[in-house]
Design a protein around this ligand. Structure first.
Ligand SMILES: NC(=O)c1ccc[n+]([C@@H]2O[C@H](COP(=O)([O-])OP(=O)(O)OC[C@H]3O[C@@H](n4cnc5c(N)ncnc54)[C@H](OP(=O)(O)O)[C@@H]3O)[C@@H](O)[C@H]2O)c1
Length: 137
């Protein structure tokens, strides 16, 4: 059951050009099999154990950046907090207009269903963005 959940998005990751790896027990071994020489850099979107696993498979353990776990800093890595950046957002919008950036939408929900959107977000397995629509009937 657990395996089905964590592999649900593997085909999607492959379509994007990535090589999916099942997370959970044995993750370090699976990554080492995929990258025997070590990994150049790790971006962490989960936190906790993921930071420790990243440090074990990196060529240089400090090359892990987490957007979730401030403890990454104590472990010699980096923590990144995204701030509103109009210039950066404009650049991203231009790339989207040019068809060079696509944003996958998991689903759009009316604002009245914001609580459901929050539940889906907190579940931690959305595939892409959740959109709240305002003023549509
Ligand atoms: N620091 C900042 O500025 C900042 C900004 C935005 C978000 N965040 C935080 O960053 C986190 C991620 O946000 P998000 O919007 O990307 O969340 P999300 O849309 O819910 O995506 C979470 C992803 O993590 C995967 N995942 C879940 N458990 C995992 C595990 N144990 N190991 C590896 N992958 C796992 C899920 O894949 P599967 O469904 O295939 O399991 C899913 O693709 C949240 O905690 C959010 O609060 C921080």
């Amino acid at each position: 059951m657990q395996t089905r959940v964590v592999e649900r998005n593997h085909d999607f990751v492959s379509e994007l050009g990535g090589e999916p790896v099942t997370y959970g027990d044995g993750l370090v071994d699976r990554i080492r099999a995929l990258a025997p020489g070590g990994v150049d850099a790790a971006l962490d979107f989960v936190g906790g154990e993921a930071v420790d696993v990243s440090r074990q498979v990196l060529k240089s353990p400090e090359r892990v950046a987490s957007i979730v776990d401030v403890a990454a800093v104590e472990k010699g890595g980096h923590h990144v907090w995204v701030r509103p950046d109009p210039a950066g957002l404009t650049a991203l919008a231009e790339l989207a207009d040019q068809g060079k950036l696509s944003v996958h939408i998991d689903r759009a929900l009316p604002l009245a269903e914001a609580a459901e959107a929050l539940r889906i977000s907190r579940d931690g397995h959305a595939r892409g963005k959740l959109v709240l629509t305002v003023g549509e009937r």
